[in-house]
Ligand binder design. Structure first.
Ligand SMILES: NC(=O)C1=CN([C@@H]2O[C@H](COP(=O)(O)OP(=O)(O)OC[C@H]3O[C@@H](n4cnc5c(N)ncnc54)[C@H](O)[C@@H]3O)[C@@H](O)[C@H]2O)C=CC1
Ligand SMILES: O=C(O)[C@@H]1CCC=N1
Length: 278
C-alpha cells in the first residue's frame, strides 16, 4: 500500500485560495505536506496576503508554468467563476488529476473546460477546518483507482470521506452535509437565544448549546442505535423534552426543515444549469 501521509504527496495546486482551499490546505500542511509542494492561484491581493501569513506560502496572482509540476489541481473557486478560471489553467496542467469542490458544477462541464476526463468532484464542509469535515466524492469513470486513492490522500486530513456512485447524489450531499454546518449553527443560535431569554448569561447559554451538539453528535456516532431511539431515551413521558418536541411537531418544524434542505438540493441543480454550460 502506498504511503498515505501528506508528506508523501506529489505537488498540489489550488485554484482559488478562499475558505474551502484554506480548510483543505491547512489540514495538509498541519499533517506534514511541505509548503514547497503547494501552488496557489489567487487573484485577490488581500487573500494572497492572508494565505502567506497563515500558511507561509507564496500564492500566485494568475496561472503560470509553475502549475506544470502539480499532479493534483484542487478547484476551490465559486461556481460562477469556474469557467473563467479554467481557461488559463488548462494549458499548464496536462495529465493532472482535477479535484473540484465547487457546488453544483457538473464533472462533464469541468472535463470540457479542462480537456480531460481525469476529474473528481468533492463536496466537503467547513468542519474540515478542524479535521472533522464530512465530504461526499464522485469520480468520473475515467479516473483510475490510483487517482481515487490520491484524492483520498489529499482530503484525508479534512475528516470523513464517502464515495457516491452517481453524480446526482452529490446534490443531496451538498444539501445535507455541504450546507449542513450552517443548519447546525442556526440551531445553536436558536438554543443560545432561548437560553438568554430565559435568563442565562450569553456565554453560559452558548456553552450549553454548543456542548449539547458536541455531546449528542458524539453519542450518535458511538451508538449502534439510530438517532430516533436515542431521542426517545431523552423523552420521558409527560416530561420536558416531550413538551418541546410536541411543540416542534405542532409547528411543523421537521417538515419545514426537510423542505429547506430540498431547497438547497434544488439550488445545487440550478447552479449546474446557470454556471455549468461549456
Ligand atoms: N464554504 C463552504 O462551506 C463550502 C464551499 N464549497 C464550494 O467551495 C467553493 C469555494 O467556496 P469558498 O472557499 O467558500 O469561497 P471563497 O470566496 O472563500 O473562495 C473563492 C476564492 O476564489 C478566488 N478567485 C476568484 N476568481 C478566481 C480565478 N479566476 N482564479 C482563481 N481564483 C479565483 C477568490 O478570490 C476567492 O479567494 C465554491 O464553489 C463552493 O461551492 C463546497 C463545500 C462547502
Ligand atoms: O452555500 C454554498 O453554495 C456552498 C456549498 C455548500 C456550502 N456552501
Amino acid at each position: 500500500m502506498s504511503d498515505l501521509t501528506p508528506a508523501a504527496l506529489p505537488a498540489i495546486a489550488f485554484i482559488g485560495g478562499g475558505n474551502m482551499a484554506s480548510a483543505i490546505l491547512g489540514g495538509l500542511l498541519r499533517q506534514g505536506l511541505p509548503t514547497a509542494s503547494v501552488e496557489v492561484v489567487e487573484p485577490f491581493e488581500d487573500a494572497r496576503a492572508r494565505l502567506a501569513r497563515d500558511f507561509g506560502i507564496t500564492p500566485q496572482p494568475s496561472a503560470s508554468a509553475a502549475l506544470g509540476r502539480c499532479q493534483v489541481v484542487v478547484w476551490a473557486v465559486k461556481p460562477q467563476t469556474f469557467a473563467d478560471a479554467a481557461r488559463p489553467v488548462r494549458a499548464f496542467t496536462p495529465g493532472a488529476l482535477h479535484l473540484s469542490v465547487a457546488a453544483g458544477i457538473p464533472s462533464e462541464s469541468i472535463a470540457g473546460w479542462l480537456g480531460t476526463d481525469n476529474v473528481v468532484r468533492a463536496m466537503p464542509n467547513t468542519p474540515a477546518l478542524v479535521g472533522q469535515g464530512m465530504s461526499g466524492l464522485f469520480a468520473r469513470p475515467a479516473v483510475s483507482a490510483d487517482g481515487r486513492r490520491l484524492v483520498e490522500q489529499v482530503l484525508a486530513p479534512t475528516g470523513q470521506l464517502l464515495w457516491v456512485d452517481t453524480e446526482s447524489a452529490l446534490d443531496a450531499v451538498t444539501a445535507v452535509s455541504g450546507s449542513g454546518p450552517a443548519y447546525v449553527f442556526y440551531f445553536i443560535e436558536a438554543m443560545t437565544e432561548a437560553g438568554i431569554e430565559m435568563g442565562l448569561p450569553p456565554a453560559q447559554a452558548q456553552q450549553l448549546a454548543i456542548g449539547t451538539f458536541t455531546g449528542a453528535s458524539a453519542l450518535a456516532q458511538a451508538s449502534t442505535e439510530p438517532p430516533s431511539v436515542l431521542r426517545e431515551r431523552v423523552t420521558s413521558k409527560g416530561g420536558t423534552t416531550y413538551a418541546a418536541l410536541s411543540a416542534m411537531e405542532a409547528a411543523g418544524v421537521k417538515a419545514q426543515f426537510k423542505t429547506a434542505i430540498r431547497a438547497a438540493e434544488q439550488r445545487a441543480r440550478e447552479l449546474a444549469a446557470e454556471f455549468g454550460r461549456a
